[in-house]
Design a protein around this ligand. Structure first.
Ligand SMILES: Cc1cc2nc3c(=O)[nH]c(=O)nc-3n(C[C@H](O)[C@H](O)[C@H](O)COP(=O)(O)OP(=O)(O)OC[C@H]3O[C@@H](n4cnc5c(N)ncnc54)[C@H](O)[C@@H]3O)c2cc1C
Length: 317
């Protein structure tokens, strides 16, 4: 039996969350077939073999460069059929969510999203899902022959010991009606790194006193290769754009490292960051609630601590 993995790419690079999906599928022990759409270099796709892919199917049509939801769903359903894969694994993401829902309907599969564990097949097919923004877990049973598992970011260790995978062209029939919406142009939001996908996030809160003090947050983010985020009140008053607002009512992030500067750690903010792998909190109030959720904390004035961090990073580079 083979497991199909839908691999997302961004500007010709396979996303880390998709490499985690490949690693997850490889840990299940069966043949792993990755599937990618659009313009991507073959060497980049072959390198997913390091993470456990045995073979990569590439639908290289440049019409598919835009993250076309309907067309991807059609292509994935066709690949499941042609490879005989009854299990699809993918990363939970803003693209993966609508794609996986459509594939589930097309192939009649049961779907579990935000999965954090490998399947337990000792009695049926059970996985654990993260629910309530990471505050609880649900154990669910996937019934039926076909199954879709969308894994939570950072829930899986990357396997990195494989060799290159063979890349094969794949040309499913995708009707024109699947291209009902096309992106005519795109503008990047501020910052070099997009917040929802960022591996490192540096966020600022009301403790920074005003928008004029964000220079040091941006500089720290740049040195770390991070995206910038903020608390809700900061975007409400217009110190930062709304798309940077992190939390229950904003963007939910799952970076490897989340650095919170001058943010109190209200439950609504934590709801958007508690799946981060490592949380570092800088707050002048040692009793700030955020320290309870932190892996590392610096109780100190952000205006003294952040410039020192910047200096240290500069001298380390
Ligand atoms: C329905 C609802 C939804 C919400 N959704 C969200 C959400 O999605 N995201 C979100 O962020 N909030 C949300 N909130 C608001 C949330 O409850 C908090 O009010 C908000 O997160 C507080 O933002 P803050 O930590 O930046 O500000 P504050 O609570 O004012 O905290 C500022 C912190 O900065 C520290 N500080 C001050 N000066 C310094 C300094 N010089 N150096 C270091 N530290 C300093 C202080 O000790 C304090 O801990 C929501 C609220 C409601 C009711």
């Amino acid at each position: 039996m083979s497991i199909l993995v839908f691999v997302e790419t961004d500007e010709g690079k396979v996303k880390k969350s998709s490499l985690e999906a490949v690693s997850y599928a490889a840990a299940m022990g069966d043949e792993v077939i990755a599937l990618a759409f659009g313009t991507v270099d073959s060497a980049e796709l072959a390198a997913t073999g390091k993470n456990g892919a045995n073979k990569v199917l590439h639908v290289s049509d440049s019409k598919l460069d835009q993250g076309n939801i309907q067309a991807y769903a059609t292509g994935i359903a066709a690949a499941m059929e042609s490879t005989g894969s009854s299990i699809l694994v993918l990363a939970k993401s803003s693209l993966g969510d609508p794609v996986s829902a459509r594939v589930a309907i097309k192939v009649g599969a049961s779907l579990a999203s935000n999965v954090t564990s490998l399947p337990d097949t000792s009695d049926g097919f059970k996985v654990t899902r993260s629910i309530y923004t990471g505050k609880a877990f649900a154990n669910v049973s996937l019934n039926g022959d076909k199954k879709i598992i969308a894994i939570k970011k950072n829930a899986v260790d990357l396997k990195e010991d494989g060799g290159d995978a063979a890349v094969e062209a794949f040309s499913p029939e995708i009707p024109d009606s699947d291209f009902g919406v096309t992106i005519t142009s795109q503008e990047k939001a501020t910052g070099d790194v997009l917040l929802p996908e960022a591996d490192i996030v540096v966020s600022g809160g009301r403790g920074l006193k005003g928008p004029e003090n964000w220079g040091m947050i941006e500089e720290l983010a740049k040195l770390l290769g991070a995206a910038t985020g903020c608390s809700k009140p900061v975007s409400d008053v217009g110190w930062r754009p709304h798309h940077e607002h992190v939390g229950q009512t904003g963007v939910k992030v799952s970076p490897t490292l989340y650095v919170a500067v001058g943010i109190s750690g209200a439950i609504q903010h934590l709801a958007g960051v508690n799946s981060s792998k490592v949380i570092v909190v800088i707050n002048k109030d040692a009793e700030a609630p955020f320290f309870k959720a932190a892996d590392y904390g610096i109780a100190g004035d952000a205006f003294e601590v952040v410039p020192k961090l910047i200096e240290a990073l500069k001298s380390a580079n």
